[in-house]
Design a protein around this ligand. Structure first.
Ligand code: SF4
Length: 413
């Protein structure tokens, strides 16, 4: 992989603002110059629209637009792109072939693409696969955790902007550890745990208002719910209208693909194979790393604990979208919505790109989920870059969530 990328910067798409920055640091740790794509803007949409037909999903348009901006700004000989892919029932599997084709047709076919797949649980990352997977995983856990802290503290901060400043500085601090090349895996984990401890201390020092806000669980399509540009920073809007958000991170998707890989091997008769052993081992190591990295800040996220095992989410989705038949994010969205309800959420927002298959299937199932869970408001928010009424929609949804909160308190009392 190194040879192909020589003299280039590998750009990581901003699937999440924090995750892309941290994952780029993981690439730097194996000697590959890497950055997150610059923050999306109007030029992203303009370029994305120029190279897509309108049938593609919104995240594809944004990713492509951002890559094209990189080509314009840095030159085609200086860039390479990271584009993970997945099979399953939706169009995500087409992103990578479409990107190759578009670059080819535009005369940029020589730009290298690094494209690991969910089919092998993102194992195929070249000669540094093992090292990068381990560091990349830790980068994702740390960045998910910093985002959770940001969302836990920001709605209650006394000094506006303080939480964002601390979260941004924390991310930069942890990236400085992630990118180090002089540490063994063991030393790096220890340094990151120490880094998370310091981050926890900084968050714990933020002065907070004493108020109770309705908790809004946020699920949906992974890119659109996590990339603030694509959803017009909906989470911040919920906060402006009086809510606190609990946003599903990236790591649950990785745990889901791990589980899927294990099931697939068993289904295909590899129950006693080395492959299965390695897949189980990887899941075990990742779970252990996650516990270690989250532990120093666990007390700050009390009541906002992620499921100990992805099976907790899958079991909850079972009566509506059995994971044995349905695949991909729709299963996680429905199961997580119920998990968040069980943890005290007073409303569920599903963020999806307009025409997203996962979003459409979930929207069909949500009325039943709501009816079975005391009428909790569940609303699908679709985005394609043309929304006009987001504020009104959030305002109405928050009113429903407040009503539900009152009802819930009354029945609990
Ligand atoms: S999850 Fe939705 S938006 Fe994402 S690729 Fe699939 S259909 Fe498109």
């Amino acid at each position: 992989m190194h040879r192909r990328l020589q003299g280039r910067t590998l750009f990581v798409p901003r699937m999440t603002d924090e995750g892309a920055v941290a994952f780029a640091a993981a690439f730097r740790s194996i000697g590959i110059p890497s950055e997150a794509t610059p923050f999306s803007d109007e030029r992203t949409i303009k370029l994305g629209s120029r190279y897509t037909s309108g049938e593609e999903c919104y995240p594809e348009k944004i990713t492509l637009g951002d890559f094209m901006r990189c080509i314009e700004d840095y030159g085609m000989d200086k860039v390479a792109f990271f584009m993970p892919t997945a099979g399953g029932p939706c169009r995500f599997g087409q992103y990578r072939p479409l990107l190759s084709k578009t670059l080819e047709q535009a005369g940029f076919g020589s730009i290298p693409l690094v494209a690991p797949s969910s089919a092998n649980s993102y194992d195929g990352l070249g000669e540094h696969s093992g090292e990068l997977q381990r560091t990349g995983w830790r980068a994702l856990v740390a960045s998910d955790t910093i985002r959770s802290l940001r969302l836990r503290f920001r709605p209650y901060e006394v000094h506006k902007g303080e939480t964002d400043r601390i979260a941004d500085e924390s991310l930069a601090e942890i990236c400085r550890i992630i990118e180090r090349q002089d540490l063994s895996q063991k030393e790096k984990l220890a340094a990151m745990v120490q880094g998370m401890r310091k981050i926890g201390e900084r968050f714990a020092g933020i002065p907070l208002k004493n108020e109770t806000r309705p908790l809004i669980g946020v699920v949906g399509e992974i890119y659109c719910r996590l990339a603030t540009f694509s959803n017009e920073d909906l989470v911040r809007k919920f906060e402006e209208y009086g809510g606190e958000c609990w946003l599903s991170g990236v790591t649950e998707w990785i745990f889901y693909t791990n589980r899927d890989q294990i099931q697939e091997l068993i289904r295909n008769g590899h129950r006693f194979s080395r492959q299965l052993l390695m897949a189980r081992l990887k899941n075990h190591v990742q779970t252990r790393d996650e516990h270690k990295l989250v532990e120093p800040v666990r007390h700050l996220l009390q009541g906002r604990e992620e499921p100990a095992d992805v099976r907790e989410v899958l079991a909850r989705s079972m009566p509506y979208l059995p994971f044995t038949g349905a695949l991909g994010e729709m299963v996680l969205s429905v199961g997580k919505a119920i998990y968040l309800h069980d943890k005290g959420a007073c409303g569920i927002a599903d963020i999806s790109p307009f025409s997203c298959m996962n979003g459409i299937v979930c929207e069909a199932v949500y009325p039943k989920v709501s009816a079975d869970h005391h009428g909790i408001p569940i609303r699908a928010f679709y985005f394609d870059g043309t929304q006009k009424m987001v504020d009104q929609e959030v305002d109405i949804f928050m009113e429903l969530a407040r009503n539900y909160q009152r009802k819930r308190r009354f029945s609990e009392a």
